[in-house]
Design a protein around this ligand. Structure first.
Ligand SMILES: NC(=O)c1ccc[n+]([C@@H]2O[C@H](COP(=O)([O-])OP(=O)(O)OC[C@H]3O[C@@H](n4cnc5c(N)ncnc54)[C@H](O)[C@@H]3O)[C@@H](O)[C@H]2O)c1
Length: 289
């Protein structure tokens, strides 16, 4: 199926993932509008995108001139109405089903083009449920990026039973041709493919630390040096964000009701204390901010 490439992208949420998606899309030449929850979050969001691009400048994969040009293609706004003319909107707000479904209902009504794509970057929630409150469930699709977005090649593409072929091919073209990602088509089940396997592994590492049998350092060293993983499970959980890991575990546990998906108390306490991992400076490890 042929179609015009997507040029006007909307992103909702400018945290770890939203900033990364806005970064790579603007670098790819797209006109990007990022919606944040309130006016005070506008400069914070802009700064987060700038820092994401700054890492590419430091790695030598982006010139300062190209960074400035890319930043010039991004508008960060607290006005959700600015999404009206977008051809595709990707939501990256916290992993909360009520928040995401309410947002989808609202954006579905806002979009001027009935064929504009409505995509969610949820880590775990079944995509079909996101479409319930929309008038056009055929344009709803899952696009599960990985962190850090500029570096990780994979996106899981998740169609529901109602996603139409036009939405699927158009979204796949955006992700591969424009954003340079590699896709796997994943089933619409909580956790899709990757998190269905990854989350029980991360929770298992936490239980090992919780039981006092091994420290976080020991577990991470074991898996990096013993299994050639680039990062150990506890550092990876910190990088993802412990609140996100808990939310994904909860979604998996709701869907499958198996003990391997139950968040252990150590994770619950860390999240309650605001120790969310790298983004808050402390999780299983401590980080310079
Ligand atoms: N962190 C990861 O590694 C990762 C990987 C893949 C997918 N995800 C998913 O991406 C989504 C976002 O995760 P994150 O890690 O970026 O979280 P985050 O907490 O870093 O960012 C979420 C942002 O959304 C903002 N927000 C809340 N309500 C909003 C609203 N109504 N409108 C606009 N912005 C709003 C928050 O203020 C925050 O800045 C979640 O669904 C998560 O499961 C995360």
């Amino acid at each position: 199926m042929t179609h015009d490439p997507t040029t006007r992208l909307g992103v909702v949420g400018c945290g770890v993932m939203g900033a990364g998606i806005a970064d790579i899309a603007a670098r790819a030449g797209l006109d990007v509008r990022v919606v944040v929850s309130r006016a005070e979050a506008v400069p914070v969001g802009r700064d987060r995108i700038r820092r994401s691009m700054g890492q590419a400048v430091r790695r030598g994969t982006l010139t300062e001139q190209d960074r400035d040009a890319a930043l010039g293609r991004i508008e960060v706004t607290a006005d959700i109405g600015r999404l009206a003319d977008r051809e595709c909107v990707i939501e990256a707000v916290p992993e909360n089903e009520d928040l995401k479904t309410a947002l989808f209902t609202r954006i579905d009504c806002l979009l001027e083009d009935d064929e504009a794509v409505l995509a969610t970057n949820t880590s775990s929630l079944p995509i079909g449920r996101m479409a319930w409150g929309t008038r056009n469930p055929q344009r709803v699709i899952g696009v599960h990026f990985f962190s850090p977005v500029p570096l990780m090649p994979l996106v899981e593409l998740i169609s529901t039973s109602r996603t139409d072929e036009r939405t699927r091919t158009r979204t796949a073209a955006l992700l591969t041709d424009a954003l340079g990602k590699t896709l796997i088509e994943a089933p619409d089940r909580a956790g899709f493919v990757v998190n269905g396997l990854l989350i029980p592994y991360l929770l298992g590492a936490m239980r090992m630390v919780e039981s006092g049998q091994a420290t976080a350092e020991t577990v991470d060293r074991g898996m990096t040096l013993g299994c050639a993983h680039p990062v150990g499970p506890l550092r990876l959980a910190d990088l993802i964000g412990l609140d996100v890991v808990k939310a994904v575990a909860d979604a998996l546990h709701r869907e499958y009701t198996e003990p391997q998906y139950a968040a252990p108390p150590v994770l619950l306490r860390l999240v309650e204390e605001g120790r969310l991992g790298k983004k808050s400076g402390r999780g299983f490890h401590t980080y310079e901010r």
